[in-house]
Design a protein around this ligand. Structure first.
Ligand code: ADP
Ligand code: MG
Length: 483
């Protein structure tokens, strides 16, 4: 029954911007202060108080728009969205309706199948957040905290291009990464700095027309977006199969039960009586400023990782991890100058090194080994001059102890500490003889065809060499001896 139908979904994603001050006043936009500490006449909506646009808000919205391949409307303006609510003292929210700052973009996301999916971005508009009503502080009264009133938001509205809950979660994950990477916001869903409404409808597969949609409001985690979409998909199909009709409505999601329920029937857009805000002049983004904003855009993680894969044959997992972290990426590029094998470098950074950083709870910038020192170590490993375990467990800690500022010659240090592999064939042959002597019974077994004991001989020789031999070479020597 379910597979007759197709899901259609579009998301409205609210991103709180991490500017220092609010969108239309100098009040602090920081999270976590005591109630009503970050307010002024503007946040309170006192008569006669005039809004003044924060330039940084425009810059951050434009950055996000450029990253999402939007066109930037160099002239855009603010509208009033009128409604009455306790946490909205002005009686209207300042937002953008007719002429948003960004339009007509897209984003490519990668699904677990490896398939790429393009999702259209309808628009990005600027708006102010509302305050917060607190209903649990007192038995008789509700309190209002206006710290959040006027905190800058962008709303990213996608086209109804989403066809599965997986696509929705891949999209949100990618948007959150971009928000953080571009330093537009902190993207923290738990604290509400990233919130999402999901519009959901179903239609018979192959149908041209969209079905009637329902909008699930205020989803506060990617997991809940997935759950809400999956639940609605099933619910709407059941209604249709039962001969019913979907009524356009606004829904709440109950995270505990995993179900949706009606909030209020969808207001008609003109109930809000949108009109241009007469207190605010239209926003003009000059050609020069737009050029500057474009110039200042960093290469995006997805492009960088594609390049790493293409230029250095780094695998996709390693490339993604490196490309998403500014500091790790610059460490990588710095080490690349002297490393012989970029793939090993990438592997170490995302494996061994990351494990050390996690364990110490530090970031790569605080790592006590310089990029050059790390490539020296990796080159020794790649040349088979040192066993990887010894390099990682003994040589690296030694370098860390001396610090990245120290002028140590890594190869000399390894030699001094007797960590380099034993190149000397004679010395190794001595070990081989000793081992084969000790295990004569097994040698007989080997000669009768029990090849499995070879591992024992090699292991014993490696032990005698204290790990400082190339296992492959030992293997050859033992086999030669047994011929
Ligand atoms: P409104 O302004 O009434 O909220 P929009 O046209 O701006 O409506 O669309 C809001 C969101 O709903 C967009 O993300 C859009 O992709 C999505 N959407 C529109 N129609 C449908 C539909 N039939 N099914 C699912 N999502 C839809
Ligand atoms: Mg809407």
């Amino acid at each position: 029954m379910m597979d007759k139908y197709e899901l259609v979904s579009g998301l409205e994603i609210h991103v709180q911007l991490n500017t220092r001050t609010k969108i239309f006043s100098a009040d602090s936009a920081a999270f976590g202060a005591d109630a009503n500490e970050h307010i002024s006449a503007v946040s309170l909506g006192l008569p006669g108080a005039l809004p003044k646009l924060n330039k940084e808000v425009v810059a951050k919205a434009a950055r996000m728009g450029l990253a999402l391949n939007c066109s930037i409307n160099q002239v855009n303006f603010f509208d009033r969205k009128n409604y009455f609510y306790a946490d909205l003292p002005k009686g209207y929210q300042i937002t953008q309706d007719n002429q948003p700052i960004c339009e007509n973009g897209y984003i490519d996301v990668v699904l677990t199948s490896g398939e790429e999916k393009r999702i259209g971005i309808n628009r990005i508009h600027l708006e102010e957040d509302a305050g917060k009503s607190l209903h649990d502080q007192d038995d008789r009264f509700s309190y209002v905290d206006l710290n959040r009133a006027g905190v800058p938001l962008i709303e990213i509205v996608t086209e109804p291009d989403i066809r599965s809950s997986e696509e929705a979660s891949a999209l949100l994950t990618e948007i959150r990464k971009l928000v953080r990477f571009l330093d537009v916001g902190d993207g923290n869903m738990e604290e509400g700095s990233l919130r999402c409404d999901a519009n959901i409808s179903v239609r018979l597969k192959g149908a041209q027309e969209f079905g009637t949609r329902c909008e699930v409001k205020n989803l506060n985690s990617i997991r809940n977006v997935r759950r809400a979409i999956d639940f609605e998909f099933g619910r709407q199909i059941k209604v249709l199969e039962g001969g019913g009709k979907i009524i356009q409505s606004t829904l709440n999601f109950d995270a505990e039960a995993g179900t949706t329920s009606p909030m209020r029937s969808k207001e008609e857009a003109n109930d809000y009586r949108y009109f241009p805000d007469p207190d605010l002049a239209p926003v003009h983004i000059s050609d020069e400023w737009l050029a500057q904003l474009k110039f200042a855009m960093p290469a995006l993680p997805r492009e960088v990782s594609k390049q790493l894969i293409h230029d250095y044959e780094i695998n996709i997992g390693d490339a993604t991890l490196i490309a998403e972290d500014h500091d790790l990426l610059s460490f990588f590029y710095e080490a690349l100058k002297t490393v012989n094998n970029p793939r090993t470098l990438a592997n170490w950074l995302t494996g061994n090194i990351r494990a050390i950083l996690n364990e110490k709870g530090i970031c790569i910038a605080e790592f006590d080994v310089s990029p050059g020192q790390l490539s020296d170590v990796i080159n020794l490993v790649d040349d088979k001059q040192i066993n990887p375990q010894i390099a990682f467990q003994q040589l690296l800690p030694l370098i860390m102890k001396q610090g990245k500022g120290s002028n140590i010659d890594v190869q000399n240090l390894a030699a001094e500490q007797n960590m380099l592999t034993i190149d000397n064939g004679d010395e190794l042959l001595g070990f081989v003889d000793e081992v084969l002597n000790k295990y004569q019974q097994q040698v007989q077994a080997y000669k009768k065809g029990k090849k499995g004991v070879l591992g024992l001989f090699v292991g014993e020789v490696m032990k005698m060499a204290k790990g400082k031999a190339n296992p492959q070479k030992v293997n050859e020597l033992v086999q030669d001896k047994l011929k």
